[in-house]
Write a protein that binds this ligand. Structure first.
Ligand code: FE2
Length: 289
């Protein structure tokens, strides 16, 4: 009997340690992304893609996570929404992360649906403090950036869709479609390289239609709880099951969905450790013929 009790206690302890490791120990993923129309000057560009922190905490002032990003030495950093969880009153940990990131590389941010759940006053405080820290918040707008050799390219950020106005996947998709159309209409014409940040991987065919070469998204948490063979068990509302985690091709557009750094309603992860990704953009090898 004592042996059975000891075995049960050990199994319970192992389970708790495993779940804690999945949610509390961030993993750095590395990915080389071949892009057919990448300008030569952007070949080798290293982008740290973080998403969906949901007010998770990785040590005092997020130092465990920041140390990973610092060591990776990216050229630029992007954060694709759900930095906060509205049920956590303090913004301190979220701001510490973003304040630390801007010390490493230029940092760009788009909001997610959880920012839209903050009280309007609290959201205004968050955005003001991010701006003060030097984070560039993109709200359905595009920035023209210049590469080392003077090549201009566009970094675009889609506006988030609010759960207050869009209550199901169809209405999310409709609102998202409107945001994408407005953003596309504001872009300069031309075939320069276009990178889009969007919290939701929704309306991906429209993103391809609008000529984005690369789209970086979050929102799905990779299904949060996954099982081998079965894949994702849980997905947040307004998710497209076709784009849950990893790299996809949509027409000529390459789409990457991060499984994120935190949890939302279900505070658990299995076979899907919290992570961020260092993407290296690559031109495909040039043929000699
Ligand atoms: Fe999220």
């Amino acid at each position: 009997m004592t042996l059975w009790l000891a075995a049960a206690a050990l199994a319970a302890l192992s389970g708790i340690l495993y779940l804690s490791w999945q949610s509390r120990c961030p993993q750095m993923l590395t990915l080389s992304v071949p892009l057919p129309d990448l300008p030569a000057a952007l070949d080798g560009l290293r982008i740290a893609h973080l998403s969906d922190l949901h007010s998770n905490c990785f040590g005092p002032r997020q130092e465990r996570l920041l140390a990973q990003v610092r060591t990776a030495a990216p050229d630029l950093i992007v954060f694709t929404g759900d930095l906060v969880d509205e049920r956590v009153r303090s913004l301190e940990g979220c701001l510490a992360l973003m304040q630390g990131l801007v010390q490493i590389a230029p940092t760009y941010y788009v909001q997610g649906n959880h920012e839209q759940r903050l009280e309007p006053g609290q959201l205004a405080v968050l955005l003001e403090k991010l701006q003060k820290a030097g984070v560039r918040c993109l709200d359905n707008e595009a920035l023209s950036l210049t590469a080392r050799d003077g090549t201009e390219w566009l970094l675009c950020g889609a506006a988030p869709v609010s759960c207050r106005t869009a209550r199901n996947t169809d209405s999310h998709a409709q609102a998202m479609e409107g945001n994408l159309r407005t953003l596309a209409q504001s872009l300069p014409s031309g075939d320069g390289f276009r990178l889009l940040l969007s919290h939701h991987p929704l309306c991906c065919a429209s993103m391809a239609r609008d000529g984005y070469d690369l789209v970086l998204c979050g929102h799905t948490h990779g299904g949060q709880c996954r099982l081998p063979i079965l894949g994702p068990l849980t997905l947040p509302g307004a998710s497209d099951r076709a784009y849950v985690k990893g790299l996809y091709s949509v027409g000529k557009t390459t789409l990457y969905v991060s499984s994120g750094l935190g949890n939302s309603h279900l505070p658990l992860r299995t076979f899907n450790r919290v992570s961020w990704t260092l993407l290296t953009l690559r031109r495909p090898p040039q043929s000699n013929t």
